[in-house]
Design a protein around this ligand. Sequence first.
Ligand code: NI
Length: 271
Amino acid sequence: MHEPTPSPAAPRDLAAWFACLWAAYLPVSPWAPVIHRLLEARGERVQNDHVAFRTFAAPGVDLDALAQPFVARGYRAADTYRFPEKRLFARHYEPPSPDLPLVFVSELRLEAFSPAFRAVVDRLVAQVPATDALPLLGRPWHLSVADYETLAAESEYAGWLAAFGYVPNHFTVRVNALRTFDDLATLNAFLRAHGVPLSTAGGEIKGSPAALLEQSSTPGGEVEVAFDDGRRRLPGCYYELARRYPRPDGTLFTGFVEGSADRLFQSTDRR
Ligand code: NI
């Protein structure tokens, strides 16, 4: 990371979208290929439960703008989530067919931040080109170390978003689709035994069968980020693991749990 990326051409169909998103995510998600290799070596075919994105709640780049390419291709807006302490709002989108992942988009509400913080965000957002492929834009702005520090001091989420831009924040292994693991705790133990670290904020497993969703994640793998005036090693993207349980009507729960998501956001905090 480097020069702001030129606006990419929007892929036509959803399979092509997710292939592009995965390709953009891999170089900044050191644990994802490790976990893929470990699972494939056991004969598993990894399915993706959901893809998550982050953005600023600013005109042209807000949650609705980020979700628009998915909505235009058949995704349907579903539940909303609030994280007041982190000043985040989120919504998940349900896919037009069950073999496709859910999409989870969060946005950072800017009202309560300092004038200096908001001035930096304004400068970044002003550099975003008009595009119908915002989720694939990469980091479309120049960024100095000082501006990064101004954001990260008030919001780890904002610092991460400024440093990495529009790349999936995480992909997620659909634990229900694995054939050789009965539950998330067994999968976690397997990963730990192979040297994969798991985030412990809120416990290694966030959620419960009663909440209809259990989730774990790696920390954001360390990535070298180029700023206009230097380089830093920062937590990049993370990889998540999700096991879903059936609702009373027998269908699988497809939503998210605020208390769990609140902790998972911390997977990209600087340590
Ligand atoms: Ni997630």
